[in-house]
Write a protein that binds this ligand. Structure first.
Ligand code: ATP
Ligand code: MG
Length: 301
């Protein structure tokens, strides 16, 4: 029998780019391709990259344009399988027991759906009105190896088991997006299950597009200076380079101060929007900011 043609919620790579643009998300060809493939082949998408480069945002944009529910599992150190899947509502169980005692009625089944609190992974396996949800497993590098192993299992058969009530299987697999800042390497076995894409800092032109989408109030002249300055800053030896989020924040700060272009003084006063470490800020104070600005002006002008 010929392989059934898979149906994808987005019709082409161009369609991905267009629809994400409709959500003010600027998506390069390479990212659009891997998103299209993930949707078409029903494979989880693993996005790794620097902080503030739009990894989390793309999951939100995909959910929004498809009209799907976004279910987010925020990972953290010490997150364990059970709190990612479900919890029992102890307080409600207690009340039910007391009520039964008081009225003399038979005690309720304490391990039924009535007392179950679904956490993101269980929620994502349940049918949703608009179609399979987008399951965002955010910052997976913050968890540990046992949790990864558990995820691997959950993502291979799209089902989770609750010992007391049984197994819940997704009628249709959710759209799964995992992100990582690569604070550590995520295990190969988990990556192998996914399509992988490294989300880099945008090029100058793409960052201009992003700024136009996210801070449209900024003039072209100011945006050009801001983007050129941030791009140059990323080539400096910094502890923590500014991401796209910082570019947007900085432009908004400058707008709030009614600045129409950069000066060494205003840069010094607003560095906190761009750099979040005192050592980096220290480095930029004084002549450094002026030097970078001069280089930027020479290029832009
Ligand atoms: N390609 C893009 N198009 C539009 N906006 C973008 C893009 N990339 C980043 N942004 C903006 O930057 C902000 C930060 O992006 P996001 O939170 O997705 O980064 P991240 O990669 O998840 O960072 P972190 O690793 O710190 O969680 C977004 O809220 C969005 O405003
Ligand atoms: Mg993020």
């Amino acid at each position: 029998m010929p392989h059934a043609r898979m149906k994808s919620p987005m019709t082409s790579i161009d369609d991905v780019q267009l629809r994400l643009a409709g959500q003010d998300y600027v998506c390069g060809r390479a990212l659009a391709t891997v998103i299209y493939l993930a949707l078409t082949l029903n494979r989880p998408l693993f996005l790794e990259g620097e902080a503030g480069t739009g990894k989390t945002e793309v999951a939100k944009a995909i959910a929004a344009t498809l009209g799907r529910r976004l279910i987010r599992l925020q990972c953290y150190e010490g997150l364990d399988a059970s709190s990612a899947v479900y919890e029992w509502n102890f307080a409600a169980q207690m009340v039910a027991i007391r009520r039964a005692e008081a009225t003399g009625e038979p005690p309720p089944d304490l391990f039924s759906d009535d007392f179950l609190i679904a956490r993101p992974l269980l929620e994502a396996m349940k049918p949703q009105p608009g179609g399979p949800p987008v399951l965002l497993i955010d910052e997976v590098d913050r968890t540990d190896a046992p949790f990864e192993a558990f995820l691997l299992e959950a993502l291979s058969d799209f089902q989770v088991t609750i010992p007391e009530t049984g197994t819940v299987r997704a009628p249709e697999p959710p759209i799964v997006i995992l992100t990582s800042n690569r604070t550590r390497e995520v295990h190969d076995a988990l990556k192998r299950r996914c399509l992988y894409h490294w989300v880099d800092y945008p090029t100058h032109d793409r960052e201009m597009e992003i700024l136009a989408a996210r801070a449209p109030e900024a003039s072209a002249a100011l945006s050009r200076e801001v983007v050129a300055f941030v791009q140059k800053l990323r080539t400096e030896d910094l502890f923590k380079k500014p991401g796209v989020a910082e570019t947007i924040d900085w432009a908004k700060c400058l707008l709030a101060l009614d600045m129409i272009n950069l000066s060494p003084e205003v840069i010094a006063d607003t560095l906190g929007a761009l750099l979040k470490y005192q050592d980096d800020i220290q480095k930029l104070h004084g002549s450094e900011a002026r030097r970078i600005l001069d280089e930027v002006r020479a290029e832009v002008g």
